[in-house]
Design a protein around this ligand. Structure first.
Ligand code: COA
Ligand code: AMP
Length: 634
């Protein structure tokens, strides 16, 4: 039986205002919008202008008042601390209101920025929702970033307050946050007025008054704060993501369009009903965590899961099955790399036999390209739909996927299926013309983008225009290349910029090159992403040393690895650098990173017509063979 996809997709493009106005009916508004789509400043568009609402109200209070007060809002499960805790909607609302009161006591008001630098604990969500309650703008920074990265974000967001914790816990090591926070503030030119620190028993944190404030003490002294109405177009958060330089892009998310779009996706894309348990096994530091750990499940009245552990090793590759079984999870969303890790440790899925997964309905994968082998392994063993879907930090919700909530299309491995309603996706050649079906080109989305997508970059409208809108006028440039096949399925092949995806984490090789170039012995360098069986890609650095450097190459490479870890963070997973005599370049001096990557991955490649000296590619091939890459495939 044909489903509803075609009808909804067509309508979303022919009548976007009618389509999204109807979806907006699922959200509580303080004041109805004047205009659904405000195109007065095209190509910059705003959704629901004139409208007012509060996102925290929609995520919490309305459910407490509407009969879900005693339903679990958050299930916290932390194998690394052996802790389990459930917060009902009423408890979460009360904690959020109190923490919002605490933030207000520290001077936080509507429009102020608050950086959240926290591990995966419920308090991270409390802090985010408390900001939303006050109309303040949160900016969550992933715990795996080093102080320098945090400092960059502090300087850009200029937070009044930073909320952090004494530590995060990685298997086998306690990651002390407070010294990193102190170091970041020391490095930043902007100084926050206060830091609120959640003390965890695994690590002490030295609090220095009056700047540092203990979470518990701040809450004890606070009165609950009410929801502050904000404009639909006011920012809810800024989330920094890797751009093509070391300066990350501050992706802005508004309140109105975000609430409407996210709530809509829960039923119509993920096929989830209010009251169900939805688990996004990611981290609140990433967009997946913002959208599908925090906001979408709560806006939809679901129970969300905060998991402080890994797919393997905490304690074994059955961790996800235990969670699904223990909490009756219907829907799981994670990155393919998590399943590659499980498959590697338990290839025959023997641990599955220990658990009853009859409640489980669907697995969604995103964040990087899904390899067919991993999808098929999951399908075979879990016996539920396994859905690869494509999205970006910028979009906040999926661009394409198999819309389980509307109808399920046949799976084509290697494709992320069809564009979601709201998305008019095209593939363009370099000259801006649409390519025939099946031909590879730049994947773009026709403007306006649907609600919930980035309206701009924080304090950087020119960068927004230049990065996304300039190259193909009238379209949003995704920076992904790929094709659309004759059935309308989208195939995302590769990034067209220097972004790589390591274990589903988005990283800029340009940012890493900036760090390597800062080493006193390095004359020039290039970083490429090489294929990795577990993490999808891994960064690999090539450096050319300055004339006269006599230091041992091994020592220099170790220093480079440490430098990237210290300046970007462990999340960069930068573990390997090699010294070469020269880098391959075009005659105009552009480093041929794409060709180097193909040689490293033993993929077919063509000699670039513009190459300056072809011999250098042989040298690179030899160097790569020396460290185990560029091997002929069996
Ligand atoms: N705080 C501090 N350090 C962190 C961290 C955090 N929040 N998250 C990761 N790190 C560290 C890790 O400990 C690791 O350090 P190491 O080099 O000392 O081993 C390093 O950053 C790299 O992390 P990662 O690439 O995640 O590798 P891993 O070996 O720890 O785990 C997987 C590999 C596949 C199990 C893991 O990446 C995973 O579970 N991915 C799931 C998907 C996911 O979360 N995707 C995000 C977007 S959906
Ligand atoms: P992020 O902003 O971290 O979500 O990363 C976005 C990028 O990850 C996209 O531009 C793609 O390159 C890649 N990506 C995300 N999901 C998929 C997917 N399902 N298939 C292929 N690539 C993906």
């Amino acid at each position: 039986m044909p489903g509803r996809y075609q009808e909804l997709h067509s309508r979303s493009l022919s009548d976007p205002e009618g389509f999204w106005a109807e979806a907006a009916g699922a959200i509580d508004w303080v004041k109805r919008w004047d205009k659904v789509l405000d195109d007065s400043n095209a190509p910059l568009y705003r959704w629901f202008s004139g409208g007012e609402l509060n996102t925290c109200w929609n995520a919490l209070d309305r459910h407490v008042e509407g009969g879900r007060a005693d339903q679990a809002a958050i299930i916290y499960d932390s194998p690394v601390t052996e802790t389990k805790r459930t917060l009902t909607y009423r408890e979460l609302r009360d904690q959020v209101a109190l923490f919002a009161g605490a933030l207000r006591n520290l001077g936080v008001e509507k429009g102020d920025r608050v950086i959240v630098y926290m591990p995966m604990v419920p308090e991270a969500l409390v802090a985010m929702l408390a900001c939303a309650r006050l109309g303040a703008v949160h900016s969550v920074v992933f715990g795996g970033f080093a102080p320098h990265e945090l400092a960059t974000r502090i300087n850009d967001a200029k937070p009044k307050v930073i909320v952090s914790a004494s530590c995060g816990i990685e298997p086998g090591r306690v990651v002390k946050y407070k010294p990193m926070l102190d170091s970041a503030i020391e490095q930043s030119t902007h100084k926050p007025d206060h830091c609120v620190v959640l003390k965890r028993p695994q690590a002490e944190a030295e609090l220095v008054a009056p700047r540092d404030v203990d979470w518990e003490a701040a809450v004890a002294a606070a009165q609950p704060a009410d929801c502050v109405p904000v404009k639909a177009t006011d920012p809810l958060y800024v989330l920094y993501t890797s751009g093509t330089t070391g300066q990350p892009k501050g992706v802005v998310r508004d309140n109105g369009g975000h609430a409407v779009a996210l709530k809509w996706t829960m039923e119509h894309f993920y096929g989830v009903k209010p009251g169900e348990v939805f688990w996004a096994a990611s981290d609140v530091g990433w967009v997946v965590g913002h959208s599908y750990i925090v906001y979408a499940p709560l806006l939809h009245g679901c129970t969300t899961v905060v998991y402080e552990g890994k797919p393997v090793g905490t304690p074994d590759a059955g961790a996800f099955w235990r969670m699904i079984n223990e909490y009756g999870i219907q829907t799981l969303f994670t990155a393919p790399t998590a399943f590659r890790a499980i498959k590697r440790d338990d290839p025959n899925a023997e641990l599955l036999g220990k658990y009853d997964l009859s409640c489980f309905r669907a697995l969604f994968l995103a964040g990087e390209r899904s390899d067919p082998d991993t999808i098929q392994w999951a399908e075979r063993n879990l016996k539920v739909p396994v859905i690869d879907h494509w999205w970006q930090t910028e979009t906040g919700w999926p661009i394409a996927g198999n819309p389980l909530g509307l109808e399920l299309f046949p799976v084509k491995y290697g494709s992320t299926c069809k564009p979601l309603p709201g998305w008019d996706i095209r593939v363009l050649a370099a000259d801006g013309h649409e390519v025939p079906k099946g031909d590879i080109g730049a994947i773009v989305a026709k403007l306006p983008l649907p609600p919930g997508t980035l309206p701009t970059l924080w304090n950087a409208e020119d960068r927004f225009r230049n990065s996304y809108l300039a190259e193909y006028p009238g379209y949003y440039q995704t920076a992904d290349a790929g094709f659309i096949d004759s059935d309308g399925y989208i195939h995302v092949m590769a990034r067209t910029d220097d972004i790589i995806n390591v274990a589903g984490h988005r990283l800029s090789t340009g940012g890493m090159e900036e760090v390597l170039a800062g080493h006193p012995d390095v004359a020039e360098c290039a970083v490429i992403g090489v294929a990795d069986e577990l993490k999808g890609q891994l960064p690999l650095g090539f450096v050319v040393l300055k004339a006269g450097v006599t230091k041992d190459h091994d020592t220099i490479c170790k220093e480079l690895v440490k430098k990237v870890r210290d300046e970007i963070g462990p999340v960069a997973a930068f573990k390997q650098a090699i010294v070469v005599d020269r880098l391959p370049k075009t005659r105009s001096g552009k480093i041929l990173r794409g060709t180097m990557q193909k040689i490293a991955d033993a993929e077919p490649w063509k000699m670039p017509a513009t190459i300056d000296d072809p011999i250098i590619l042989d040298e690179i091939g030899q160097a790569l063979k020396g460290i185990g890459y560029a091997k002929e495939k069996a």
